[in-house]
Structures are given as C-alpha cells and as structure tokens.
Write a protein that binds this ligand. Structure first.
Ligand code: PBG
Length: 329
C-alpha cells in the first residue's frame, strides 16, 4: 500500500456523511405532506369500498366513503385531492361529465359540504365516461379535437358550479386550456385555477388506472393525442402553449421515466410544477415489495424525494397517505 504512494485525499465528502445529525444538516431536498396531491376513485355505486386488484391499498369509493377518505387525507396534512369518476352510464359523449348529477359533481358537493381546508381538484377528461374509452367524442375514427373543446368547457363549468377548487384537464386536446379558461370566465369563475396536464405521454404505466376506472380504449390507443415518450423538445413546446393559454400550474406525467422532462420544464417555466407518480409506478413498487424484493417504505420515500429533487413542487401520488404517515414519524 505505502509503496504505491497513493495520495491521501485532502477533500473528503464523507466528512459530511459521518453522523445522522450532519446528514440531516446538509440534506438538500425535504419532502413534506404538503407536497402531495391524493388521487381518489369515486364510483356511482352505494356503500362501496372495493380494492383495485393491481393497486393494493387503493379503492373504488362510494361518495360517502370518499368523503371519509378526504377527511383522513386532510388530517394527515395533505393539501389536495384529485377526483376520478366511475359513472353509472357511459355514452359516446361522456355526458355524465357535464351533468349536474354526474358522479364527480355529487362527490365534489359532498366533500365540500363536510370537509374544510383541503382543496378538491377535478380531473377533466372523458375517457372514464365514454363507452368507447377515448378522451372525447369520436369522428372519422379518431377523437374530434374541436368538438371536445366545447364539451370540456361545459364540463369545467359544471365542476365549478359543484364547488371544485381547481380543474385539471388531462385529455391532451389542442387548445384545451384556452377553451377551459374561456368557459370558466364566461360563468364568472375567473378565480378557479387550471392545473394543466401539459406534458402527458402515451404511457404503458397507466395500465392499472385503466382497470381502476374501466377506461381502456375499445379500439386503437391514445397515441394520436398523448405524446411520444421519446420527445423532450415537444414537451417544452406543449408546456409553452399551455402557459400562453393561461394555465396556472403545469404537470408532467408519468413521473419516474420522465425525470429529465420534469427538470427541463422546471428550469424553463416559472409556474408551479406537478409530477404524476402514476398507477403503474405505484403497482411496480407494491408488487416487488409483496414479493419481498424491495423495502416498500424506503423505495416509496426515495422515489418521492427523487421526484421533488428533479423539480416537482407537487406530486400526485397514490402513496400520499402512506408517505404522510412516515413523515409524521
Ligand atoms: C385520463 C387519465 C389517465 C390517468 C389520469 N388521467 C389515464 C389515461 O390517459 O389513460 C392515469 C393515471 C394513472 O395511471 O395513475 N383521464
């Protein structure tokens, strides 16, 4: 050893990793419960709490059970939930989405009536509500972009009327943010912010979600409206359009395979940025943990911390309650 005259390191990063107290002192990224948005699946059925097979710990909830879940989230310090709906009837237009008695409208009213101090965000799309499973009405074998814009405006007005605090369009239609802003403003909902799924990729990580809400497309796929996972420049262009159209916050989705996109959007725009840690990302961690191959709690915290470090100000995650409990100690 000594013969090799290897120089002794003068700079030693390990000095700052020596004790818990020092590691705590130099930690750069801090996760808090305030970073989470908790997605919930609300079904039209009564008295229901049905676990989703591919998403252990997540449920299809009847309205009364959804209210209880929101209260639990609020008690854990989670600032917002986002609602997805399973309607009684699906049709070509997804008309449940803009009916005052639609499942989302019922859920929003019930939650706002009984839980204070937590924001209710509505996912604004059609795929859970159309009989064909696409994100807008079909014309000539594909989603009719401009016809969808009008229906989106009707949908958000109806959500706002029910009491939604924020709307989150996820359909990747061109012009959707401008259409929604115009719709809301025309009914004096100027104060309702838009969290735009600005950069949403056509991803296979959505598999378990489609089981959860029975929204798999009945023909074709979503690649003519959601983005190609290979494209980063296009992601910035999509985000820029939504900023111009009046988005208040941006989202990148999915999260784990797209952390470079999260970072680039964060560095390019100064709007608050959300990342969606989607159903397949949740399912993979759950499945590997169940097999005993990884430590679920540590992998969960490492993933969420990584997303925040990559630039997410907020994380939509099915782990919200579990992670908030860990953070509470
Ligand atoms: C569409 C929507 C999807 C998700 C959220 N909003 C599915 C899709 O585009 O097929 C997926 C969320 C997840 O996988 O957790 N309204």
């Amino acid at each position: 050893m000594s013969d090799l005259s290897i120089p002794k390191p003068y700079v030693r990063p390990r000095r700052l990793r020596r004790t818990d107290a020092i590691r705590d002192m130099v930690r750069e990224t801090m996760l808090t419960a305030n970073d989470f948005i908790y997605p919930l699946f609300v079904t039209h059925e009564k008295n229901t709490k049905r676990e989703i097979t591919s998403m252990p710990g997540q449920f299809q909830l009847s309205v009364d059970n959804a209210v209880k879940e929101v209260q639990l989230a609020k008690d854990l310090g989670i600032p917002a939930v986002i609602l997805f709906g399973i309607p009684a009837e699906k049709d070509n237009l997804g008309s449940d989405t803009y009916s005052d008695n639609g499942i989302i409208q019922q859920a929003v009213r019930a939650i706002k009536d009984s839980v204070d101090g937590i924001s209710v965000i509505t996912d604004v799309c059609f795929c859970e509500f159309t009989d064909h499973g696409h994100c807008g009405p079909i014309a000539k074998g594909t989603v009719d972009n401009d016809a969808t814009l009008e229906l989106l405006a009707k949908q958000v007005i109806s959500h706002a009327k029910a009491g939604a605090d924020m709307v989150a369009p996820s359909g990747m239609m061109d012009g959707m943010v401008a259409a929604i802003r115009a719709g809301l403003d025309s009914e004096n909902y100027e104060d309702i912010p838009i969290l735009s799924y600005a950069v949403k990729f056509a991803s296979s990580f959505y598999g378990p979600f489609r089981e959860a809400v029975d929204s798999a497309p009945q023909f074709g796929d979503r690649r003519s409206y959601q983005m190609d996972p290979a494209n980063a420049r296009e992601a910035l262009r999509e985000a820029e359009l939504d900023v111009q159209e009046g988005a208040d916050m941006l989202m990148v989705k999915p999260a784990m395979a797209f952390m470079d996109i999260i970072r680039q959007v964060k560095d390019t725009f100064d709007l608050p940025l959300a990342a969606y840690n989607v159903s397949g990302e949740y399912a993979m961690i759950k499945a590997a943990a169940k097999l005993g191959w990884i430590d679920e709690q540590r992998v969960m915290m490492e993933t969420l911390t990584g997303l925040k470090r990559a630039g997410a100000d907020m994380i939509l995650t099915y782990f919200a309650k579990d992670a908030a409990k860990v953070l509470r100690g």
